[in-house]
Design a protein around this ligand. Structure first.
Ligand SMILES: [Fe+2]
Length: 347
């Protein structure tokens, strides 16, 4: 005999359960929609003006930006060890060498964006869409004119001239700045010429290799070095800074633009672990756009992605012809560059 009561009760229970389920389902969806969106940025940059740009992005989109700053290599290590559990949505790194390492470690997810393809020149982004440049920096020669005639230097190759013997201060091999500079030469001039060039630089150097660009620029200003190769923003920072002694030293430094000049970037990419890749992409598009790109570059006396920007200190340095070598090529030749430097005694 069928117990209709039990059936009825069962149906009622099922209906209640279903009702509850759908109510919680709706509630859950509503919560997801109302929950403010967030993007977690892991960044190798440390400039207060960056935070103003992130705040502007939040005002425009409602997407909150949480910033975690750290040293580039430590951020890469952290993302590698956290894997899929990492909270990072956007990873911002400096220098093609590091971007390439992070790419090889599969930390970035490829994204497609017509806006990024329009705003970021092709040689300044990964062809696979994994990272996109946000600012440019250049690595010119800097000279103390009391010691070295700037007219002697038209290319990086001129730094091996006998007139510069014992006058050249060089950044150490561990620096990605040095590595990318050598990689640039490798792409443009091939291995045999680059090897001779690296040996010539090492032979012309004065004293031991430097571990900081700031110290090298200061040494040129103070006359301890005749010439060096350093990123333009270190000199700009000293010229605009509060330290009077540094300002005086910096005034004695002349920027000489080799033709072509090595250029590198700050770039960002959406992470593999991102739980909000859409929001991360929108932030990347915002930062790379001409309006905010200008501000992002200005924070560190860097150049925007296109043109020269409005920074008066940088304008006074004059303009230069950029190396045509792409950031991706710099990354690909990095290992070879380091090997060559090691063999030539670049410490
Ligand atoms: Fe730097």
């Amino acid at each position: 005999m069928i117990n209709t009561n039990r059936l009825r009760n069962g149906a009622r229970a099922a209906a209640i359960a279903l009702g509850l389920f759908s109510i919680t389902g709706i509630l859950g969806m509503a919560q997801a929609q109302n929950r403010p969106q967030e993007v977690n940025v892991f960044s190798g940059r440390h400039y207060n003006t960056d935070k103003e740009l992130y705040a502007e992005f939040t005002r425009r989109t409602g997407i909150k930006v949480n910033l975690l700053e750290g040293k580039d290599d430590e951020l890469i290590q952290r993302l590698k060890s956290e894997g899929r559990n990492s909270k990072a949505d956007l990873l911002v790194l400096v220098d093609a060498a590091r971007l390439y390492r992070a790419q090889e470690d599969n930390l970035f997810r490829p994204i497609r964006s017509a806006e990024l393809n329009k705003d970021v020149p092709a040689n300044l982004r990964d062809p696979g869409g994994r990272w996109f440049a946000l600012t440019r920096r250049a690595r010119p020669v800097m000279v103390n004119t009391a010691q070295v005639n700037p007219n002697l230097i038209r290319t990086y190759a001129d730094l091996t001239r006998p007139e510069l013997k014992g006058k050249l201060c060089l950044r150490n091999r561990a620096s990605v700045y040095s590595q990318s500079l050598v990689a640039d030469e490798l792409v443009r001039r091939g291995a045999p010429s680059t090897r001779r060039w690296v040996e010539g630089l090492v032979a012309n150097r004065k004293g031991s290799f430097y571990t900081s660009d700031t110290t090298m620029v200061r040494a040129v200003g103070q006359g301890q070095c005749g010439a060096t190769i350093a990123n333009q923003y270190y000199l700009a920072r000293m010229l605009r800074g509060d330290n009077a002694a540094d300002r005086e030293a910096a005034k004695k430094v002349r920027v000489v633009w080799p033709n072509p000049t090595h250029v590198n970037v700050t770039a960002g990419g959406v992470t593999q672990s991102s739980r909000n890749p859409e929001g991360a992409r929108r932030l990347l598009e915002f930062l790379a756009s001409p309006t905010s790109g200008e501000g992002y570059a200005a924070a560190n006396n860097e150049y925007p992605l296109k043109g020269w920007g409005n920074n008066p200190t940088l304008k006074a340095f004059g303009t230069f012809k950029s190396s045509p070598v792409s950031m991706e090529q710099l990354g690909r030749r990095n290992r070879e560059a380091v090997q060559l430097m090691t063999q030539a005694g670049w410490q």
